[in-house]
Design a protein. Sequence first.
Length: 265
Amino acid sequence: MSLKNKKLFLLDMDGTVYEGGRLFKGVNEFLGYIESSGGQYIFITNNSSRSVKDYVKKLSDMGVRVTEKNFFTSVQATALYLKEHFDGKRIFCMGTSSMVEELRNSGVDAVTSTSGKIDCVLAGYDTELTYQKLRDICYLLHENRDIPYIATNPDRGCPTEYGLVPDCFAICEAVNYAVGRRPLYIGKPDRFMIDCAVNMSPFKREQALVIGDRLYTDIAAGVNAGVDTVCVLSGESTREDIEKSEIKPAYVFEDIRELLSKIRE
Ligand SMILES: [Mg+2]
């Protein structure tokens, strides 16, 4: 299906619509085009340290018109996964207080204490991590070798103004060195988030388009879900990376502005 017929736009944020606090040129025009053509845009993020409210504020501050409906985070995806597979069960969470609060608000029995019966262990990108939390998760994973163990997102590092800091995967690898167990990861590149976003929308899979700057998360998630993909060169990937990679986007553009001009052609 051609770009002109796309209706559901699933956008990555960092490196795709902004860098640091700077919104890329053409983003607001692009979102305006989507609205005026009867489409829908959703920002899909693997970052599990921030809540949807934080993102609404961040993008609003940059001058983008958004509400909570325009976001889908790995925490929201994890809540849906937990309701599907562990409904009514007690979930031990190693994550930020905003992650725990968001899970509780969506009906998950999220606990941060190891006492009592625990049915599943969850790790997130915990920017409030302490050694005690690492001890607690190791205790649970040693105590019950078969306990289901999941994590919000498989990102190795999270970009900051001075470079990468340990994200969820790096934290889980520290745990793995101690206990010899790795979690099942929910976020991109798994297809789960893309599937949820398509299913929650009024549109068909063929009408969806995944737009992102990372091949092994954004583009891979789209490919895994059978959705067309656009790789923008405004973030991490270069044309050379795309040539070398086995993960191929359907389209490559310099940035959102070029994507918009191609759709309008
Ligand atoms: Mg990105």
